[in-house]
Design a protein around this ligand. Structure first.
Ligand code: ZN
Length: 204
């Protein structure tokens, strides 16, 4: 499940790379790090492609394969959470909640296995796990930002104390920090995906 545009984008950037020192074309030279045949400069191909990447990071080849288990996990947790909440009023919902959780966990394991298989190494499984953190970070910070903005507006309109404003402000700053960290994490995953894709290309 390599996303076509991402793969093409990676390859077109790769093919257009020039030596940073002498502008000699680096096309056709294989390896993560290459030596310019013209001037001898050592160049990190993966770093150069990542620098020139302007699409969203999740468009990187193989990225979606790594992201599917985390999307699945969040869906299952939400459905199971609702089922557990309902079960406090409706005890018959409890077995359904457990069934969703167990069945969901089994599918999740299979998706992690598939991620590693399609990625072509165990690194795919580690990266897929890591993507959960990123998705969780976005999820939490999204709610945090909305919550703190509503809180701040409420505090301003209702003439709330400085401590309420301060609290809302701190939450907002923390959430923005989480988003920035998640962006860095996404870039890291995308870079590993690009590296893996280029390595596969050079083997063909
Ligand atoms: Zn050169």
């Amino acid at each position: 499940m390599v996303s076509k545009p991402g793969a093409e984008h990676t390859e077109s950037i790769r093919d257009s790379l020039l030596c940073l020192k002498c502008s000699y074309s680096l096309r056709g030279l294989s390896g993560d790090v290459v030596t310019c045949p013209e001037c001898g400069e050592r160049l990190n191909i993966v770093a150069l492609v990542t620098q020139q990447w302007h699409d969203p990071w999740f468009h990187a080849p193989l990225y979606l394969v790594l992201a599917i288990p985390s999307v699945w996990a969040f869906l299952i947790l939400i459905i199971a959470g609702i089922s557990f909440a309902v079960s406090s009023a409706q005890p018959t919902a409890l077995p359904i909640a457990f069934a969703v959780l167990l069945g969901g966990a089994a599918v999740w394991l299979a998706l992690i296995y598939l991620a590693a298989k399609k990625f072509g190494s165990l690194e795919g499984a580690y990266l897929a796990m890591f993507v959960h953190l990123l998705l969780g970070g976005y999820f939490v910070s999204c709610f945090g930002v909305i919550g703190s903005i509503i809180g701040l507006i409420g505090a301003v309109l209702g003439g709330g104390g400085a401590d309420v404003l301060l609290q809302g402000g701190i939450i907002l700053v923390v959430c923005i920090g989480i988003v920035v960290a998640a962006r860095v994490g996404e870039r890291f995953v995308a870079r590993r995906c690009i590296r893996q894709h280029l390595r596969r290309l050079s083997k063909v």
